[in-house]
Design a binder for this molecule. Structure first.
Ligand code: PHE
Length: 346
């Protein structure tokens, strides 16, 4: 029996060493060490031995069983490690390869300047308002004192939405100016009010270096008691001085817009030549900057503000034009071209 045990033990060890996969190894385990395995069955035979031999045989079996179990565990470890290694080899990663570079975007120049404008006006106590880009004829025109026969309402200037007009609001249009938000602000918050409204506007124009169908404006509205154009002059001089980080002057010329009375055009001193006269300011020393004026009583009325008690001014300037002035961009179309070679420069 001792001899047989030795032989079976050797056989089992050989089987364990020769197993190439966890499955093969498991089969060896079943054959020798399992519940009906050869070694197990032999162990059960101990009880049939004469009393005196049993203890020694038991020791022998335990020893051999233990060494088989150990060999089994060791081989199992090894096969597992090998299979992990194999898997890694099949899906290997070259850690020395350089990574894929992703380009990081940045804020569009128009948005950059818009954020600066918002910051300066916020510091002066203005709130930033928003309004719809698809607007009604009422807010874009009638409520602003722009009558039915005004040329701006012409099919050639305004994009109309192809939809039945309503009696109250007329057609839907793409807003041609940010001024409709003057009315929306008054309706919503009443007087006093102090807001700016940066936003996109649309005009049905043939495009060239200085005209686009889509561009950005900033509207301003201040309503309170005892307000005059002197306040506007002060606010704009301060705003432009902070924006261009240099002393900037402003001047008024008469101008006409149906929703203001009186209306003005505001010019700023040319920051290129310091009023000496250059190509950019066409030798005048001044640059046209925006339209403005005292809010027309009809507009205050339409907005529900008592024009006997309150008055105010409004202005509108081209944010797109400001960006072009700021960076010396000579073609407006570049700004919406999506050309990264252009955009990367800002
Ligand atoms: N909305 C006018 C424009 O687009 C500008 C403006 C705004 C003029 C407010 C006066 C007052 O040309």
């Amino acid at each position: 029996m001792k001899k047989e045990l030795e032989e079976r033990g050797k056989e089992a060890l050989k089987g364990i060493a020769g197993a190439q996969t966890p499955e093969e190894l498991y089969e060896v385990h079943v054959k020798y060490l399992g519940r009906k395995g050869i070694v197990t069955l032999m162990m059960q035979g101990i009880s049939k031995l004469p009393q005196n031999d049993r203890a020694e045989a038991g020791k022998l079996f335990n020893k051999s069983k233990k060494s088989l179990e150990e060999a089994y565990a060791e081989r199992e470890e090894m096969l597992k490690a090998e299979s992990v290694k194999r898997a890694l080899n099949e899906r290997w990663v070259d850690v020395t390869l350089s990574g894929r570079q992703y380009e990081v975007g940045h804020i569009h120049p128009i948005s950059q300047v818009q954020q600066e404008v918002e910051k300066i006006f916020s510091e002066m106590g203005f709130s930033v308002m928003d309004g719809p880009e698809v607007e009604s004829e009422y807010y874009n025109f009638d409520g602003l004192n722009i009558l039915q026969n005004h040329p701006a309402r012409d099919m050639q200037d305004t994009f109309f939405i192809d939809q039945e007009p309503t009696k109250k609001d007329g057609h839907l249009v793409l807003r041609t100016q940010t001024s409709p938000v003057q009315l929306r602000t008054m309706e919503k918050y009443g007087a006093p009010a102090r807001v700016i409204v940066p936003g996109r506007v649309f005009r049905n124009e043939a495009t060239d270096a200085s005209h686009e169908h889509t561009f950005d404006q900033v509207e301003g509205l201040l309503i309170d008691k005892d307000i005059s154009l002197a306040h506007l002059k002060g606010v704009m001089q301060e705003f432009l001085t902070r924006l261009f980080k240099r002393e900037t002057k402003v001047r008024f010329r008469p101008g006409y817009f149906p929703f203001v009375e009186p209306g003005v055009e505001l010019d700023m001193s040319c920051m290129i030549c310091n009023e000496q006269g250059c190509r950019v300011c066409k030798q005048t020393g001044w640059l046209e900057f925006m339209g403005a004026g005292m809010v027309h009583p009809n507009v205050l009325k339409a907005g529900g503000v008592d024009s006997q008690k309150y008055q105010g001014w409004a202005f509108g300037f081209g944010l797109t034009r400001l960006v072009m002035m700021r960076y010396g961009i000579d073609d407006i179309r570049l700004l919406s071209s999506g050309d990264v070679r252009f955009l990367k420069q800002f």
